[in-house]
Design a protein around this ligand. Structure first.
Ligand code: G6P
Ligand code: MG
Length: 221
């Protein structure tokens, strides 16, 4: 295949927000008396806010009504927004800014594909909004990963065919979403966790346009 569009998940791929999501969920779990570990948190990565809450409630075997669910989700988000409002540009993950700039310099269309409704706030806070040609996020698409919706939307906004896109993802649900969209997927993180991805790198500091051109030769979609 020949890649003509690159789609980046945000949390845990470009910025180190995954730990803020964890801290905010952990704070809620503690408040509810639910034991919630970093290992449990893997299941929440890439998963929408409400679905994440459902997983935590299930861990604690807690049954609550819809109104209370909304309240808890809002509380978690309030804490999360507090954390990210203090973020600085140096919280971009190593190599991500350099890689994006390299791709941009080569004229490759770039998009964000994230479930987060806080995407615009984070991109602005970090100062990288202007580096992307399109942003598909939780405000635009309501289906949650592993549904491919957010990546299909990103490709559509870029005007690139799904089969010509590559997705960079750190979450199991996100890798599945990329494959469901019929796209090539490069996992960012641990190979044993992201084993379904076509390739896995530890971080975007391991990526370059040259490496992408090598990877794409090995994939046929
Ligand atoms: C990303 C994160 C998830 C988060 C989701 C929704 O996919 O990986 O951990 O739950 O976005 O984020 P939001 O900011 O809308 O609550
Ligand atoms: Mg992520």
């Amino acid at each position: 295949m020949r890649i003509t569009g690159c789609i980046f998940d945000l949390d845990g791929v470009l910025v180190d927000t995954a730990r803020y999501h964890f801290l905010a969920w952990k704070r809620l779990a503690d408040k509810l008396g639910i034991n919630f570990t970093e290992e449990d948190n893997e299941r929440l990565k890439g998963v929408s806010r409400m679905d994440s809450l459902e997983i935590i409630l299930e861990l604690g075997k807690l049954n609550i009504n819809a109104e209370l669910k909304q309240e808890y989700a809002a509380l978690k988000n309030k804490w999360y927004v507090e954390y990210i409002s203090r973020m600085s540009p140096d919280e971009m993950l190593p190599g991500s800014l350099e890689f994006i700039k390299e791709l941009r310099g080569a004229g490759i269309p770039l998009a964000i594909g994230s479930a987060s409704k806080n995407t615009p706030a984070i991109l602005e806070r970090i100062g990288i909004l202007n580096l992307f040609d399109a942003v598909a996020d939780g405000n635009l698409v309501s289906t949650a990963k592993p549904h491919p919706g957010v990546f299909i939307k990103a490709a559509e906004l870029l005007g690139v065919k799904a089969a010509d896109c590559v997705v960079f993802e750190d979450a199991i649900a996100g890798v599945k979403a990329a494959l469901n969209a019929g796209m090539m997927c490069i996992g960012v993180g641990a190979p044993n966790v992201l084993s379904e991805a076509h390739f896995v790198v530890k971080g975007l500091n391991e990526m370059s346009l040259e490496k992408l051109r090598i990877f794409e030769k090995e994939v046929s979609l």
